[in-house]
Design a protein around this ligand. Structure first.
Ligand code: E4P
Length: 217
């Protein structure tokens, strides 16, 4: 499973890229606004930091304008993935941009039928929003399982990018359900390594080792 960071903040990204385990980044207009930075400058920095896919979202509503915006965003760097919303116009833009050889992430997916349309439009990624579905009283993870089954049934190459991930349990369940990618807010990414028994075990090992009076280096 690929792990992406769900943030537009270059500082957060730089800190976590150092782990060597960040495969890509997703941004959206709300995340971009939160940084207070120029979007294009931030994107350039992020694309330099991360060799993998960096999703940059269009803000137009018509297919033609989405295509124009997408092409402009794609010029920032070769690893830009153009993000479009799951609307009829977004799907038309996806089809045109994918046909031109661009990578496209179709976002704001809340149903299996929407994911079917995204795959038929040639999306590289589809982004089902798990946390927002859970918040609304639905079962977000069931959506991942159903999309996975549909894509397997028809051999679609579109990758399932589990988004709106709120905690480590979402990551585990998305991995078990066969999502290809999970995009994580930095605190969720950092939390993945934590386990109290790891800390307790390490403390005990080091305490016992100290008693030997030996050193490895
Ligand atoms: C996906 O690409 C989105 O940026 C995202 O995961 C939004 O999630 P939220 O529900 O935390 O805003």
């Amino acid at each position: 499973m690929k792990l992406f960071l769900d943030t537009a903040d270059p500082k957060e990204i730089a800190a976590l890229v150092a782990t060597g385990l960040v495969d890509g980044v997703t941004t959206n207009p709300s995340l971009a606004a939160k940084t207070g930075l120029s979007f294009f400058e931030a994107l350039r920095t992020i694309c330099d930091l991360v060799p993998g896919s960096v999703s940059a979202e269009v803000t137009a509503l018509s297919a033609n304008e989405m295509i124009a915006e997408g092409k402009k965003l794609a010029k920032v760097a070769s690893n830009i993935t153009i993000k479009v919303p799951l609307t009829w116009d977004g799907l038309a833009a996806c089809k045109a941009l994918s046909g031109d050889g661009h990578k496209v992430n179709v976002t704001l997916c809340f149903s299996p039928n929407q994911a079917l349309l995204a795959a038929k439009a040639g999306a590289t990624f589809v982004s089902p929003f798990i946390g927002r579905l859970d918040d609304a009283g639905h079962d977000g993870m069931a959506l991942i399982r159903e999309i996975r089954q549909i894509y397997v049934n028809y051999g679609f190459a579109t990758e399932i990018l589990a988004a709106s991930m709120r905690h480590a349990t979402h990551v585990r369940e998305a991995a078990l359900a066969g999502a290809h990618v999970a995009t994580l807010p930095p605190p969720v990414f950092r939390g993945l390594v934590q386990h109290p028994l790891t800390d307790k075990g390490l403390a005990a090992f080091l305490e016992d080792w100290k008693k030997t009076g030996q050193k490895i280096l």
